[in-house]
Ligand binder design. Sequence first.
Ligand code: NAD
Length: 339
Amino acid sequence: SSELATRTVSLIPGDGIGPEVTDSVRAVIEALDVGIEWEVVEAGEKVIEKEGTPLPEYVLESIRRNKVALKGPLTTPVGTGFRSVNVALRKELDLYANIRPSQSLPGIDLPYKDIDIIVFRENTEDLYAGVEHMVGRNAAESIKVITREGCERICRMAFEQSVAMGRRRITVVHKANIMKFTDGMFRDIFYEISRDYENRFEEIDDRIVDNMAMQLVIRPNEYDVLVCPNLYGDILSDLCAGLVGGLGVAPGANVGDGIALFEPVHGSAPKYAGQNRANPLATLLSAKNMLIYMGLQEDAERMQRAINEALASEKTRTRDLGGTAGTKEFTQAIIDNLR
Ligand code: NAD
């Protein structure tokens, strides 16, 4: 918290464009002068040969010790037998909530204005557990597991954080009309927990996922916080990212009890690696949310203002957002705005 002079944060630069976008964050945080020290721990493609795994134990140890981490994207090696490092991190550290805010930004020309939606996605259960098998030769089965504990902890966190952020509406998303047991339990537990928060929101309600997808396209401004089981949360959070500019601007966080890993939603974009072309915004916004999580609200706001100013001009926006700047020029513009 802010009373400490310095806080150590684990930093995983990542693969592909990861080092460039995390360098951008380091430079901006340095200019903010908030007393964050980075403990750099490498993971991913570049350590496989030396360590025999893309996720060495020292990475997990560092995050467990520091409790807060920022991560660049990691390439999932194809055909090497290693599971996804991203999935492994969430599992090993029990980061059961994936939190993805989508907020309209200045300078990005889009049909949607003033979007401000946060998706709380359950991160450990549902069809994502990947419990699948063939049934004979001509049928396949995937088992959807939803537990009371899994529902309770994501719903509790969504309510707690939404109250802390002063959000006005919270909506649970499900398909309980068809999946009465699994999605029905998720919805019912959401409403059970909602009783502790009744007068803290203008609206507490639910939507069936197919209707929700349509509503988000037709009237996204009416929605505020969405609480979703894993699969629906995955799909709808990408939809919401699309409303505000897509992958280059989408920040994320994986959060457990007293531990959090902040990361952009996008991957390692290998074709842009080392070319000063990547948009660091998604990683910068992830870092901004990390500052809020650490209790550094004012610094986070200062950072957001500097980012907004840099986005306002074509000369300092990156090319994916219709600008002409590279990763470094955009970063420098933000730093100049902080002075
Ligand atoms: P990707 O997100 O890397 O790229 C998708 C498209 O968006 C590409 O055209 C890319 O060039 C562009 N793009 C992405 N981020 C950008 C940015 N910051 N600035 C400008 N353009 C950007 O997805 P992919 O190609 O499916 O995956 C590449 C690798 O990343 C794979 O190995 C995948 O497993 C991995 N991945 C990692 C994570 C993670 O670490 N959390 C997430 C997704 C994918």
